[in-house]
Design a protein around this ligand. Sequence first.
Ligand code: WQD
Length: 342
Amino acid sequence: MKPSVVLVTGGGGFIGSHTVVALQERGHRVVVVDDHSTSSPIALDRVAAITGIAPALYSLDLNDRPALDRVFAAHPIDAVIHFAARKAVGESTEIPLEYFDVNIGGTASLLRVMDVHGIDRLVFSSSCSIYGDGAPDSIPLTETAPARPTNPYAWSKWVCEQMIDQACTLHPRLRAISLRYFNPIGAHPSGLLGEDPLGEPRNLMPYLMQVVTGRRAELTVYGQDYPTSDGSAVRDYIHVSDVAEGHLAALDHIDDVPGHRVVNLGTGQGTSVLALRAAAARATGHPISYRVADQRPGDVAALVADASKAHRDWGWQPRHDLIDMCRDAWKFTRMNPHGYVR
Ligand code: WQD
C-alpha cells in the first residue's frame, strides 16, 4: 500500500505500538485512538523516540461514537487497523460482559463510523484462540479449521469476525483481513518498546520476566496434565515484530481481492510452558522457580499455526526464533524493570 493515513485503534498497546513503529518507518502517517485502559501513553512516547515521529493521539473509548466520528472527520483516513480490545483468556472468564462490551461493542461502533465516512479498508486483530480445543491431529491449524471458542475472549473475537464478514458481504466496497495471531511475545530490539501489562500479568512471558526481576516470587504453571510432551500447554510463540510486519503485509494486499479474508500469523513451532520457562531462564541467566496448579479455565492443550497462507499469498514469514524473542523481552525488561513509568 502506498504511503497512506492509517488509523490504529489500541495503538498504545503491545502489538499496536510495535505496528505503529513499522507503519511510520514505512512512510505511513498514523492516527492512534486508545483509551489507555490497559496501555500506557508512554509507549507512544517511545514510538516517537524510535521513529522520530509522534503519531496523532486521541484518548477515547471506541464506544464513544461522537468522539470517534470527530477523529474520522479530522483526518483523510485510508485504512484502519483495529487492535483495541481486552485480550486475556483467563480474565475473560471472570468478566465476560466487559469483554463483550469492549471487544464486540467497540468493533460494531468502529464499523458504523467507518461506513459513515466511507472508509473501506480494515485489518482486524483476531486470535488463534478462536480455534479452541482443536483435535490434536488438527495441529498445525490452517484457517479452515473449525471455530471452537472455549472462552469469552475467543468467542468475542469470533463474533467480531462474523460481524466483519457480514459487513463485507452487505457493503461490497468494504475489504477486510482478520489476522489470527498466535502468541506474540518479545520486544522491539531497541529495548524501548515491549510488553508492559498493567497490574499482575495474565500472559506467560511478561510473568516470566517479572519472576526474573523479582517482582513475582515464582511462576504458576497452569496444568501439567495436558496430552503434550511434558504435560504443560503448548503455544506458537511469535515475535511481536513479525506480527507487526504481518500487518504491513496485510495492508499491502488489502486491495488484492474484495470481501473478508482470515489469515494466521504464527511460526508453526509449538513450545510448552515449561520449555518457554527454560528458554527464558537461559536467555536471562536467572533461574525461574515454579509450582504446578490446576488448568486455567478456558485454556486448551495446544495451539500451533499453519501460516503458509500468509507466506504463499504475501511472501510474509516470521524472521525471529524463540531465542530472539526471549533476548528481546529480557532487554526491554532490563531497561524497564518496572515497565513504562513516568
Ligand atoms: C499461554 C500458556 C497458560 C500464565 C494469548 C493472548 C491472546 C491470544 C492468544 C492474540 C497457557 C500458561 C500463562 C501463567 C501459565 N493472542 N500460563 N502461567 O492464553 O495462549 O492467549 O495468546 O490475540 O490474546 O492472551 O496466552 O500467555 O496467557 O498463556 O502457565 O502465569 O501459558 O495457561 O497455557 P494465551 P498466555
